[in-house]
Structures are given as C-alpha cells and as structure tokens.
Ligand binder design. Sequence first.
Ligand SMILES: C[S@@+](CC[C@H](N)C(=O)[O-])C[C@H]1O[C@@H](n2cnc3c(N)ncnc32)[C@H](O)[C@@H]1O
Length: 258
Amino acid sequence: MNNRTPLPHRGSYGIDAPFAPAFMAAMAALEFALAFFSGKRLPLLAGLFILAILAFYLHGTLRGKFVLWARLLESLDLRGDERILDLGCGRGAVLLMAAQHLTTGRAVGVDLWRTVDQSGNSAEVTRRNAVAEGVADRVELHTGDMRALPLEDGSFDLVLSSLAVHNISGRAGREQAISEAVRVLRPGGRLVIVDVRATGQYQAHLASLGMHGVARRWLGWRFGTARLVTATKPAGRNQADPVAVPRRSAGAPAESGT
Ligand SMILES: C[S@@+](CC[C@H](N)C(=O)[O-])C[C@H]1O[C@@H](n2cnc3c(N)ncnc32)[C@H](O)[C@@H]1O
C-alpha cells in the first residue's frame, strides 16, 4: 500500500471519545500533584506514563487514523463511479477522504451525531467539512442508526466504517449493524471495517451471513488495538439472488474473539 490519497486538511475533525483523553489528562495532573506534595518519584513516573498514553491516543485520533485510511482507500483501487457508504461517519474524516476518490460516484454518511463518541459531532459540521474539502457535490448525509439503515438493499459498491460499530452496546446490536451493512451492499460489493473492539464478532457474523473472503488483521502497534475486517458480498446463485440478509435478523454465531 502506498500513501497517495491526500489527507483532509481544510476541515476540522474533532477528537474521538473525548472523555477518554480528558480523563487521562486529569489522572496525569493528579499524579503530578501527588508527586509535588509527597516528594516521591513513583507518582511522577505514573504521571509521565499516563501522559505518554495520552499523546499516543491524540496522535491516533488527530493523525494516525487519517494516514491509515489514506492507505486503505488507495489500496481499494476505486474507479470513481462507486457508491460508498460510511457507517458512523462522524465529522467526515473517512467519508470525505473516500469522496476524494470519486468523480461521478457518491459518498454517503450515516450517523447519529453522538458527541460522546466524537467531540463537536453534528451533521452541520460534517457538511461544512465537505465544503471545506471541496467534495460537497459528491457527499450525502443521513441521520440514522446503523442498526436500521434508511437505505435500499444492494445499493452500495463499498461499505466502510471507522471506529464506530463498537460504540453500539450489546452484541446483538453490533451484529444487526453488520447485517445491515451486508444488506445494503450490492452483490460483489466490498466491506472494510476498522475498529478497536469486537472485530472477532464482526468476522464471525460476516462468515455466518455467507460473505466471501472474510479476513481480520491487526494493523500494527502504531494503531494500537485497531483491527481491519474485510469481506466481499457474493453474487449468490445468480445476480438477482444475492446472499439473503433479513432486515432485522440478529443471529448469534460462535465468537472467535474480539
Ligand atoms: C469514534 S466516532 C468515529 C467517527 C468517524 N467514523 C471517524 O473515524 O472519524 C464514532 C461515530 O459513530 C457514531 N455512532 C455511534 N453509534 C451509532 C449508531 N448506532 N448509528 C449510527 N452512528 C453511530 C457516533 O455518533 C460517532 O460519530
């Protein structure tokens, strides 16, 4: 994979799960105060350790994620006429990079705009980012739950999701989101998910839905616990009879890890 996809640079993309870094900063401050008043070294070391984790986290959310997806999108070899869906698009970090690969295609983002999952999250901010990145003509936003997508069966060539599906609490809900992703893919369409948790569950559920080439891999220490899950929707017995994904099914296959 090379890195020719331009990183978005004019928009503003916020911080993922903003309470996590705020908590880390508060803990580090507490340790430094303890070190100052006790004169001991252990809390000082603990504070420095927490600061290092905080820096790693902020780097991931402000830059690492963009570098990773630039490479992934480049490796997909898009023609430019695809219909792409981003599940849990948030402020558009991945959605708008994907849109930069399109000419006549369309990049569709679905989200509930939860600010607990991304700071300053809103459809309006994402719309402004699309204008700032010069791709507003190819971008469509929907407010909706990825467990019940307000979208037609088989209407996308590519479904993406970045750090979003794990935000759904409960295995059945996450599997429902995966089933919905498969439902809206056209036969032969591709699915690419990056997430920090529950990816073994996505892998098992995709296999149980009859998806082809289901694979999961760790992305390396620079991306922490993030794993990549990929799969392709088979054409079924004929093009008109793709793999059937009931709209509201939530099967529970054996889990092969998280
Ligand atoms: C950590 S943010 C990631 C946003 C974006 N994908 C990115 O990588 O910058 C997770 C996103 O998932 C969205 N989300 C959480 N649960 C959702 C659900 N059930 N349906 C749709 N979106 C959801 C949140 O609103 C948030 O925008």
